[in-house]
Design a protein around this ligand. Sequence first.
Ligand SMILES: Cc1cc2nc3c(=O)[nH]c(=O)nc-3n(C[C@H](O)[C@H](O)[C@H](O)COP(=O)(O)OP(=O)(O)OC[C@H]3O[C@@H](n4cnc5c(N)ncnc54)[C@H](O)[C@@H]3O)c2cc1C
Length: 327
Amino acid sequence: MEGEDGMSEHEGILVFSEKYDLMLEMLGKGREIADKLQTELAAVLIGFNVQEKAGELIKYGADKVYLVDNRALAHFQIETYLSVLHNLAASYKPEIILIGSTRNGKPLAARLATRLEAGCIPDCNRLSVDEQGRLVCERITYGGNASAKITFKAKPQIATVAPRAFEKPERKDQSGQVIKLDVKVEEPKTEVVEIKPVEASSVRIEDAEVIVGCGRGLGKKEDRVLLDELATVLCGQVGCSRPLAEDRKWFTEWVGLSGHKVKPKLYIACGISGVIQHVAGIRDAKVIVAINKDENAPIFEVADYGVVGNLYEILPALKEALKKQLG
Ligand SMILES: Cc1cc2nc3c(=O)[nH]c(=O)nc-3n(C[C@H](O)[C@H](O)[C@H](O)COP(=O)(O)OP(=O)(O)OC[C@H]3O[C@@H](n4cnc5c(N)ncnc54)[C@H](O)[C@@H]3O)c2cc1C
């Protein structure tokens, strides 16, 4: 039964992501919100043979873990995972549902919101609670030019949370409850035919602590070796702006508003102009170094350190200097 204001009758916070690290990040923030609202924080663990992870989720802040372990859930499929989450949300009526903002998580949250006739705010990078106890979500909008603060008029309040928006909490020795559920899994309308791993070099750039990013300043595909070498010295990964992936097909993924949002300790932008769509993906980097031959390139406005010059001269020199320095 829904209260007249659409906000009562719901209690507790549910957190789900098919990405384990993101689940932990959300548990950290979820714990903070649950304590503020004096309510319970529950993680939803879905998959096959995943029970050993349940105890860990408690150590990272969950009061409860709803464990749904079923062969049919071995791989993410939107219909099956949606049926589990919908079932849980309909039974437990949480006031907040946080879902990891991944390629799978975003459509999952949208469909769940439709089924529950609830609001859904995607890609949140800040979460708080207002004086009425409503969830307040912040997200980047207008192509990275503004930040919107949005709240809800009804419950459950569903938000998707961007990877690395929040720090992974400390693991603590705490106890909680693991509740094994036998949820009816909907028959999927799609079938996984094959799963292929992506190239090792492009795996989870979001996790890289150092990223050497290249843009259209790079003349030929083969010249990528300059960036690879620098990334190797710094134990980092190579990333790129969208045109290098989408237009030139030299990479499969890119960094930016429509690509990966990254949060490295160091981002070295080489031959990248630094327009807003690219910067939207790197604004959380701790230190940005820009190498660009145009001193008026917008990347210098966001860079902590800038080198005006030709990347073909600077990258080999920088690599040699760092090699000497780092041994
Ligand atoms: C809806 C939408 C979403 C988008 N999403 C993204 C996104 O997620 N990520 C993204 O990156 N882009 C995105 N874009 C594209 C974006 O608008 C830019 O076109 C793109 O970021 C430009 O890439 P770039 O900086 O590599 O190239 P350019 O803008 O062409 O810049 C190349 C830079 O290299 C410098 N340069 C050239 N030669 C050298 C040299 N030898 N040494 C040093 N510097 C040199 C130049 O001075 C220049 O500043 C999006 C666009 C749209 C419309």
